[in-house]
Design a protein around this ligand. Structure first.
Ligand code: T5A
Ligand code: NA
Length: 204
């Protein structure tokens, strides 16, 4: 059986990652493609609850400690992710290790140190970067509720994301209307499936 595809959404806060990843999973499922939505941080686990307390400013943690918790929160589901992909389920993931590195590096933690705990995690096949200027994101509902939702910091985070991009990334203009973005993401996803199926095919 063909392995599932691993598609990742990354971007600054309020860029529409949850909106678009949810819509993508619904669209794939309605086409009979087995797809599952995952979100990091997963705030439901014991580690996730500590992260949530930090983000909502109920508890304090050092920058290094919270960085390692975000990474551990990915490692705790790695076996499940591997099993899902191997059984042919496509994974649509809302944030991942790139967020981990971008946010901690924006706090001036050493870039190499930030990357180290995530080395060995499964790598995404495609990354959709939801690009929005933090000034436009700030106009969206709920902005400013969490610890990182501050203009200067988000500008720094966006720069860090740009330093990590390679040709597996597509930049999506996240300031467009939701339906238009969804259509663009569907087109990018079909391309990713076409490339994936070609690679999996025994006939070259
Ligand atoms: N973090 C995360 C780390 O520091 N290290 C890590 O390793 C990881 C994984 C929480 C924080 O944790 C940091 C990054 C974050 O600061 P989170 O739980 O993903 O991460 O954060 P959330 O608050 O859930 O999500 P975001 O703030 O990033 O928002 P989304 O998912 O990008 O945006 P979404 O879809 O929820 O939309 C936000 C609002 O905008 C509207 C929506 O309806 C909603 O009201 N909207 C649009 N409005 C106009 N036009 C559009 N095209 C719109 N699309 C959505
Ligand atoms: Na979100």
């Amino acid at each position: 059986m063909a392995r599932g595809l691993f598609i990742l959404f990354e971007g600054c806060d309020r860029s529409g990652k949850t909106t678009q990843s949810t819509r993508l999973v619904e669209a794939l499922n309605s086409q009979g493609i087995r797809a599952k939505l995952l979100k990091f941080p997963d705030r439901t686990t014991a580690i996730g609850k500590m992260i949530d307390g930090y983000l909502t400013q109920q508890n304090k943690l050092s920058d290094e400690a919270v960085h390692l918790l975000f990474s551990a929160n990915r490692w705790e589901v790695m076996e499940q992710m591997r099993a899902d992909l191997e059984s042919g389920t496509t994974l649509i993931v809302d944030r991942y290790a790139f967020s981990g590195v971008a946010f901690s590096a924006a706090k001036k933690l050493d870039f190499k140190w930030c990357k180290a705990p995530d080395v060995g995690l499964l790598a995404p096949d495609r990354v959709f970067f939801m690009d929005i200027h933090p000034d436009d994101a700030a106009k969206r509902e709920g902005y400013g509720d969490e610890i990182y939702e501050k203009r200067e910091f988000q500008i720094e985070v966006r720069v860090k994301f740009f330093t990590m991009m390679d040709n597996s990334w597509s930049i999506v203009d996240a300031n467009k209307d939701k339906d238009e973005i969804h259509r663009q993401i569907m087109a990018l996803t079909s391309k990713a499936f076409a490339k994936h199926n070609e690679a999996e095919s025994p006939i070259k």
